[in-house]
Ligand binder design. Structure first.
Ligand code: ZN
Length: 107
């Protein structure tokens, strides 16, 4: 059965392409990661710098490094805070994992 409160997806990972800002939608919890670039040795292009591909989780790009829920349209702040707290326990993706996440989001 299709839940009318969950946006229908066309992405490979089963999620909606964009948050729809409806109170009945799943919580909108955000995080961002940094991918460090450096100029290639021949000076012609950007390449991924070593610290971003060392197998460890990527660094958060957010100033306090915690998941953000400021744009969530829900009417249940306690539940939203629990979702954000849970999100903060999840490791951020490694570069290899990020490749898969990007690929899954492109469909
Ligand atoms: Zn929420």
């Amino acid at each position: 059965m299709i839940d009318p409160h969950i946006p229908q997806s066309t992405r490979r990972d089963g999620n909606a392409h964009h948050y729809d800002y409806e109170p009945t939608s799943p919580h909108f919890i955000e995080q961002a990661v940094q991918v460090y670039l450096r100029l290639s040795e021949d000076g012609s292009r950007w390449i991924i710098d070593g610290p971003s591909v060392d197998g460890r989780p990527l660094d958060s790009a957010l100033s306090d490094h915690t998941a953000q829920r400021g744009e969530c349209a829900c009417n249940s702040p306690e539940e939203c805070e629990r979702a954000a707290s849970y999100a903060d326990q999840l490791p951020l993706p490694t570069a290899a994992e990020l490749v898969t996440l990007i690929t899954d989001a492109l469909d």
